[in-house]
Design a protein around this ligand. Structure first.
Ligand code: NAP
Length: 346
């Protein structure tokens, strides 16, 4: 096993978190270089983490560095496609945050470029597949003890979002986690989607309709209801309940503490994704580093998974705009075949 030398493109919130985990918690990896479109942000990150890493002015320079084995791409979503394609050209392994790319065509360009190399290079940051609770949920469903899944109810709530977050972003920034993890949990593809807008919260700004309810139907007829509510005020709340023929299995808010004070009992809530999915982020990156360090291809969520999530996401955006049920296009046939053979399925 060799130490995997990692370059990081994008040193904002999650880029900095990923660097911290590689440097302080995980084994087998070393961040040797960073860049960001904002060099000030990259410098701040280097200083905050006292990082012994080169600062590159551009991703092109970073990707030309032959001493780098793998890159973590944690820039804003619209920048992912260009960076991933250049990284593939440069022969680097790629861990890219979700979404793989913000358009279906962009995802297909990535899938095809990766295919041309003859091996898997890419892992997409769908970390919920590594979360112990989602893993336990999947294993219960797979056990067959509860019969077939019939209904899935999901909640994705954030305390608040800033002015840059728009109605459309609820899909590729937020719901995309549910889109990926549910098809992974129940092993089914989506066929249609409808979006409902309940009365809007007074905390949403003008360009954001909040909350939103996404109703999705799968090939086998499972109905999924996913609430996205990103100004819920009280904290970060992720729930998933799978209603099966012979039982109900659910993930609720993890308990941190029980607090008893005069006249009441309380449980503090996590405020954001950093803490709720800390184990999952650690596990996904450790898995990526372990595979690359052994000279193996990454085995986590693949570029095909990323493509399918964006394909479903584009249909969700059409449904947001039209207010109608929208048919979700079937993923390209040869990619489904590859996916059903276990490509990217943990
Ligand atoms: P962020 O704090 O805004 O950080 C993104 C950084 O990338 C910013 O410094 C941004 O600079 C920079 N950037 C933008 N375009 C770039 C380019 N072409 N090359 C290099 N750097 C560029 O955003 P974030 O919250 O960290 O999110 C980053 C990505 O991670 C997004 O795709 C997001 O969806 C994903 N994410 C995933 C999870 C998860 O649970 N898996 C959680 C959070 C975020 P400017 O600010 O100057 O544009």
């Amino acid at each position: 096993m060799v130490t995997v030398r990692i370059g990081v493109i994008g040193t904002g919130a999650i880029g900095t978190e990923h660097i911290r985990r590689v440097e302080q918690r995980l084994s087998g990896g070393k961040v040797v270089a960073v860049t960001d479109i904002s060099l000030d942000a990259a410098r701040r990150c280097i200083n905050a983490l006292q990082l012994d890493a080169r600062l590159y002015d551009s991703e092109d320079d970073l990707l030309q560095d032959p001493s780098i084995d793998a890159v973590i791409i944690a820039s804003s979503g619209p920048a992912h496609e260009g960076s991933v394609l250049k990284a593939i050209d440069a022969g680097k392994y790629v861990f890219v945050e979700k979404p793989l790319a913000t358009t279906v065509n962009g995802c297909l360009r990535i899938v095809q470029a990766e295919e041309r190399t003859g091996k898997r290079l890419i892992q997409v940051g769908f970390m919920r597949r590594y979360d112990p609770r989602y893993m336990a949920l999947k294993s219960e469903i797979k056990s067959g003890r509860y019969g077939a899944p019939l209904i899935v109810r999901c909640v994705h709530r954030n305390a608040h979002v800033d002015e840059r977050y728009t109605t459309e972003m609820a899909v590729l920034d937020t719901l995309i986690h549910e889109i990926d993890v549910i098809r992974w949990l129940i092993g089914d593809e989506y066929v249609s989607v409808q979006v409902l807008y309940p009365r809007g919260t007074r905390y949403a700004h003008a360009r954001l309709q909040d909350p939103q309810i996404f109703n999705l139907v799968t090939q086998s007829g499972v109905v999924i209801t996913a609430e996205v509510f990103v100004n819920c005020q009280y904290g970060y709340d992720i729930q998933c309940e799978v209603v099966c023929e012979d039982g109900v299995i659910s993930i609720t808010v993890p308990k941190l503490l029980d607090i008893f004070r005069t006249g009441f009992r309380a449980q503090p809530l996590m405020q954001d994704w950093k803490l709720r999915f800390a184990e999952a982020y650690d596990a996904e990156l450790q898995d990526f580093i372990d595979h690359v360090g052994r000279g193996d291809e990454p085995a986590g969520p693949s570029s095909v998974d990323g493509y399918i999530a964006t394909l479903v996401g584009e249909a969700c955006v059409l449904a947001q705009v039209s207010g109608e049920w929208v048919t979700i296009p079937r993923p390209e046939e040869d990619l489904i075949v590859k996916d059903s053979l276990g490509y990217g399925r943990l």
